[in-house]
Write a protein that binds this ligand. Structure first.
Ligand code: PLP
Length: 392
């Protein structure tokens, strides 16, 4: 089946945070929304059909998880990443960010140091600080072409100097779009092993991978690394299901699985809702082809942005992401302060992008644009930016 990602959509009556809650972060709701990471694309028709059948049942009481739920996630991992997971090591959680918060409290004490690699998905920093832990940043380094790599010396030095207890890895990396290579993952995982730093590998973006790249689950690198790594993943980014609010955690150590399960029990948040149950299992059993086609469409959207910028706004630099549907645009040539740039994009271009400085100090001068939308929406947003830049 061929899927049509060009379909025009309307989210005005969708209670969409992206479209109708802009005024919480930006000057108004009257901007072109290219921010928060969900897609202006309908999910796979197979998922819609399965959810429709669920709606037709007309009863939405408490549900239990059949064994097939975790088995479908384990089989997806084997099929797509050649990594075998025991379904018994998996646990459902209401989301990756709540998972991080619970794990931080279970694996570290107040004032312990936790490492992240900036610029990175900003709730990492929030959840560390909100839990009264010390935030330590290993800044990614950028070459003259804009390509980011890891400063391994700084990574190890920061761990030693701050007695770091936990590292939160973003793989693939939001917002800079790197799909980490095996050697990079091995190097940082081995440094963590050497210094007894536990690793949480946030792999929520693992399915959105551009042609020519492959995602490698951190835990697949070796038995030793697997034991040191707790992995978070979910089909929510992949299939545009974030509103269903469920995710998976893979625990290599049985005791830690039990502790997490106990905490979910205390909070009474163990269950799925009937829709996440049916949508997630359908995604992992029937929708390989949809994701493959989605990735090609997103790849074309990225090419479109790159060509548009080159031809129309060469001051704005970017490079093609290896994964995720987020692009990291370098506006530094406009010589604006972070406040001026943010104001300029909202007031003059009338677009809502995630400001680079949200992701860390080294994000100043950048903006993150979400390209997971029908092409015509991308065209509208980019033309707005072009006009505003031309009018400076
Ligand atoms: C790296 C990363 N982790 C987690 C999330 C959010 O996960 P959840 O909605 O399951 O809390 C996002 C959303 O953009 C993300 O980019």
């Amino acid at each position: 089946m061929r899927y049509n990602f060009d379909e025009s959509i309307n989210r005005q009556n969708n209670h969409s945070a992206k479209w109708e809650e802009m005024d919480k972060k930006f000057i108004s709701n009257n901007l072109w929304p290219m921010w928060i990471a969900d897609m202006d694309l309908k999910t796979a028709p197979e998922i819609i059909d399965a959810m429709r059948a669920k709606v037709e049942e007309g009863i939405f009481g408490y549900v239990y998880r059949p064994d097939s739920y975790y088995e479908s996630a384990a089989k997806w991992s084997q099929r797509r990443f050649n990594y075998k997971i025991d379904p018994k090591t998996l646990i459902n959680s209401p989301g990756v960010v709540p998972t991080l918060s619970i794990l931080i409290r279970q694996l570290t004490k107040k004032q312990d140091s936790i490492l992240i690699q900036s610029p990175v998905y900003y709730p990492f920093a929030c959840v560390i600080k909100d839990n009264d832990r010390k935030l330590i940043e290993n800044n990614l380094i950028q070459d003259e072409k804009g390509y980011y790599t890891i400063d391994f010396n700084d990574f190890e030095n920061k761990i030693i100097k701050n007695n770091v207890k936990l590292f939160i890895l973003c793989s693939p990396h939001n917002p800079i779009g790197r799909v980490w290579k095996k050697e990079e993952l091995e190097k940082i995982s081995n440094i963590c092993l050497k210094h007894k730093v536990r690793v949480i590998s946030d792999e929520i973006w693992r399915d959105i991978i551009m042609p020519g790249f492959s995602h490698i689950p951190t835990a697949s690198l070796s038995k030793e690394i697997e034991k040191n790594t707790i992995t978070c993943f979910s089909p929510t980014k992949t299939f545009n299901l974030a509103g269903l609010q469920s995710s998976f955690v893979a625990f290599p150590i049985e005791n830690e699985w039990k502790n997490f399960d106990t905490e979910l029990g205390i909070l009474d948040i163990k269950r799925n809702n009937p829709f996440s149950l049916v949508a997630f299992e359908t995604a992992y059993t029937k929708c390989d082809s949809w994701v493959d086609q989605l990735n090609l469409y997103l790849n074309d959207n990225m090419e479109y942005v790159i060509n548009f910028l080159k031809e129309n706004i060469p001051q704005i630099k970017t490079i093609k992401p290896e994964g995720t549907y987020l692009m990291w645009l370098d506006f530094s040539a406009l010589n604006m302060s972070k406040e001026e740039l943010s104001k300029f994009l909202q007031e003059k271009a009338k677009v809502a992008l995630d400001d680079g400085f949200w992701f860390g100090e080294n994000g100043i001068g950048f903006e993150r644009i979400n390209i997971a939308c029908p092409r015509y929406m991308l065209e509208i947003g980019l033309h707005r930016i072009k006009e505003a830049v031309n009018n400076i």
